[in-house]
Each structure stands twice: as structure tokens, then as C-alpha cells.
Design a binder for this molecule. Structure first.
Ligand SMILES: O=c1ccn([C@@H]2O[C@H](COP(=O)(O)O)[C@@H](O)[C@H]2O)c(=O)[nH]1
Ligand SMILES: O=P(O)(O)OP(=O)(O)O
Ligand SMILES: [Mg+2]
Length: 209
């Protein structure tokens, strides 16, 4: 079963509380999502392999560590996932970026795919899929299937807020995909919005409602 990690770093928790507040304007919302995404990128890359190299400091030769060069990709589920990309890329500038466009049909709540553009070598990269909200899990499950159909095998899912229903869906459909979230909320309302959640992340980020 997919492992679930709740990122309880105090800075992540504090900033998420600010993001959740309904009167938070789009400007601050965007800034905070970027900051939290950066902190999450820091946590989710803890396992990256290092290699020892020799460098010359102003004082002496030092044996020290650098990243071993594992290839990474960050894939945003549009639109809301776009908001997390800049935070990830600030910490992992060499990562390639992919986009998968999915919206939820407002009546059926089923995911509707409308776009996909991924790095060509997606199968050779560790892929970090980002979307602020994991509600029913339909969107993330569909995005993970798109990636697997293109050959991706090492995938992690990174969200700001998850509902237990969404976690269960990913653990059932994609038991190999580790999930990272800043919060595990109570559940879903009748329109499949996360309670208490933060509303529609895409609309809040882009100011479309
Ligand atoms: O509270 C919410 C719930 C969902 N979203 C948006 O929907 C998808 C995820 O929904 P699933 O039911 O898991 O498919 C996510 O991409 C968000 O864009 C939301 O913003 N707020
Ligand atoms: O999942 P949705 O329908 O909320 O899509 P978007 O991220 O474009 O708001
Ligand atoms: Mg939306």
C-alpha cells in the first residue's frame, strides 16, 4: 500500500493555515502556495542520492557531497498544480516540467482530461506530481495513469491538503505511489470539496471566482 507522509514541519503548518483563510487575497495566496511548495520540495527530496567529490576551498582540499545527478521531473495537474511548480523549480532547477490538464466535471465529479505534455524521457526520471488538493482522488489517479502509460515508474504525489477518500483511492489504484501532504482533513462535502480544506485551489490561485 502507498505510504502516506504528513509533513508536519512548523513552517509548512503555519503557512497552510494562512492559505486556508477565506479572506486571503490571490496575491498572498499565490506567494504562500509557492513558499509551502518549496518547503515540501525540500522534504520530498530527502532521499536523493549523494556522491563524494573533492573540491578546493580557499583553505584546503575537501572531500564533500554533491547530488549524484538523479533525473527528476515535476508534473503539475492543471490548473491548480501550476501554483506549486515555481516553488519546486526554485529548489530543483534542473528538473524537467510536465503538464497534465484535468478538470472535474461539476455534475459527475469525474476527472476530464484535456491536455498532456510530458518530458520525453519521463520513464527515466523520478516524477513528482503536484496538485494542491486530493479530494476524491479521481484527478490524481487519472494523472498517475497518464504517466504510467508513458512509462513512468518512480512517482511521488505531493499535495497540500488531502481527504481520506482521496488517499484511499490512490492507495487502491496506485499502491506504488507514495503520497506526501501537509494536512489530512476530515472528508468531503456534497460537492466533493474538502472539509475544511481551502476551497477551489485553482479559482483562488488564478482569481477566477
Ligand atoms: O476542495 C477541493 C477539492 C478539489 N479541488 C480541485 O479538484 C481536483 C481534485 O479533485 P478530485 O476529486 O481529487 O479529483 C484538484 O485538482 C483541484 O483542482 C479543489 O480545488 N478543492
Ligand atoms: O479540478 P478543477 O475542476 O477544480 O480544475 P482547476 O484546477 O482547473 O480549477
Ligand atoms: Mg478548480
Amino acid at each position: 500500500m502507498a505510504k502516506l507522509t504528513i509533513m508536519d514541519h512548523p513552517l509548512i503548518q503555519h503557512k497552510l493555515s494562512l492559505i486556508r483563510q477565506k479572506d486571503r487575497g490571490a496575491k498572498e495566496f499565490r506567494e504562500l502556495v509557492e513558499e509551502v511548495a518549496m518547503l515540501m520540495a525540500y522534504e520530498v527530496t530527502r532521499h536523493l542520492p549523494l556522491k563524494e567529490v573533492e573540491i578546493e576551498t580557499p583553505v584546503a582540499i575537501a572531500k564533500t557531497n554533491i547530488l549524484a545527478g538523479k533525473k527528476l521531473g515535476v508534473v503539475a495537474i492543471l490548473r491548480a498544480g501550476l501554483g506549486m511548480i515555481s516553488g519546486f523549480v526554485k529548489l530543483i532547477p534542473a528538473a524537467k516540467i510536465g503538464h497534465i490538464g484535468i478538470y472535474r466535471d461539476p455534475d459527475t465529479l469525474e476527472p476530464v482530461e484535456y491536455f498532456s505534455k510530458l518530458p520525453q524521457d519521463v520513464a527515466d526520471r523520478e516524477i513528482l506530481v503536484v496538485d494542491p488538493m486530493l479530494a476524491t482522488g479521481g484527478s490524481a489517479s487519472a494523472a498517475l495513469s497518464v504517466l504510467k502509460n508513458k512509462g513512468a515508474r518512480q512517482i511521488k504525489l505531493v499535495v497540500l491538503v488531502a481527504a481520506p477518500e482521496g488517499v484511499a483511492r490512490i492507495q487502491k489504484d496506485h499502491p506504488d505511489v507514495e503520497i506526501f501532504t501537509a494536512a489530512l482533513d476530515e472528508g468531503l462535502n456534497d460537492h466533493a470539496y474538502i472539509i475544511p480544506g481551502l476551497g477551489d485551489a485553482g479559482d483562488r490561485f488564478f482569481g477566477t471566482k
